[in-house]
Ligand binder design. Sequence first.
Ligand SMILES: [Mn+2]
Length: 387
Amino acid sequence: MVRFAHFSDTHLGYRQYNIEEREGDFYETFHETIDKIIKEKVEFVIHSGDLFEHKRPKVEALLEAQKGFIKLKNNNIPIYCVAGNHYLTLRKGAVLPQRLFLDQGLKILGGKEKYVILKNHDLFIGGLSFLPRYYSNQLKVKLEKLSKKANNYKNKILVLHQGLDTHLPYEGAFELRLTELPRNFNYYAMGHVHRRIKERYGGGFLCYPGSTDIWRSDEVDDYKNKSKGFNLVNLDNEDINIEWINLETTRRFEEFTLQTEKIEMELEKYKEMLAHYTQNKLKLPIVRMTIQGEMKFDNTYYANQVKQALEDLTLFYKLEITHKEIKSEIEEMKTANLNEILAEIYENKTELVDFTSSLFTQLKERNLEGATEIAEDFFQKRWKNDN
Ligand SMILES: [Mn+2]
């Protein structure tokens, strides 16, 4: 029986809404995770990518990571990690920031070395760095190789930072179909999707532990249902026990709706609801407030009312004023996924679809180097350089 912890998508250095406290929150949940992992007396830890928010992390983020890894090292807990999409770069000579922590027991999988073997447990841990959809054929070849190697061992773990079609269907952002994953592993330690997912696959379980903090507001629902945290895994071939460990330091997000007709009454109600944060000395929450209904006054009037009520009771609040008519128009708009649109434009020429969608994803993440690499690679493959 081997016992380990699995976490992911810590995004150290991320400063949500450009608020200093939100950057601090991500450090705090990271440290809570590390401290809880140490208490659980695991043999090793897996981190499935997006350790940092930026490809060139700020010094504060590097220092917090270092503190965490030193704690693990002092407890003799090695950490195995892969690189996520936040630092994709395939260029020769590109250096991952994780390399700073090699002396603290961190091991990078997916670079030169793609697996480690823990002989005492007859255990194979294989991992690959994130690859955009454009390279999905390469990804499949690499997976195939790892899968073959893993077959010589009783316990097999695969570490990936990729989106699967079954979990990122709408964004069209997946790089791999679930059915393309080799089936012989016992634990699939996944990163990239920020929701908490645990499902049966192949010879065991496929798990996204999700991010350790709320990175984007569309994670709030999942957080409310399942909390943020990490996985504690006991593994003995196909006998697997996975426990979800929840974090307590995650700052709360609240979502409120206001009807303009009853604005004063409703604001009073929300003020009362929010008062318990201060009373119990909890971190002040982040509130998303939607105002609906007939607008007797202009937006500034409503904005001021909300400001007076929420300013002191929240760390930050976001106000959205929706007019009924606009809302119904939006509801009628058809949802479309990027790859479906591209498939239509390019008449299903997969190579072009994958190229454009990978480029789009990289640019959306402001990863110019990643986009450049994909573009250069694409043109080199298709056309000979004539100069
Ligand atoms: Mn992420």
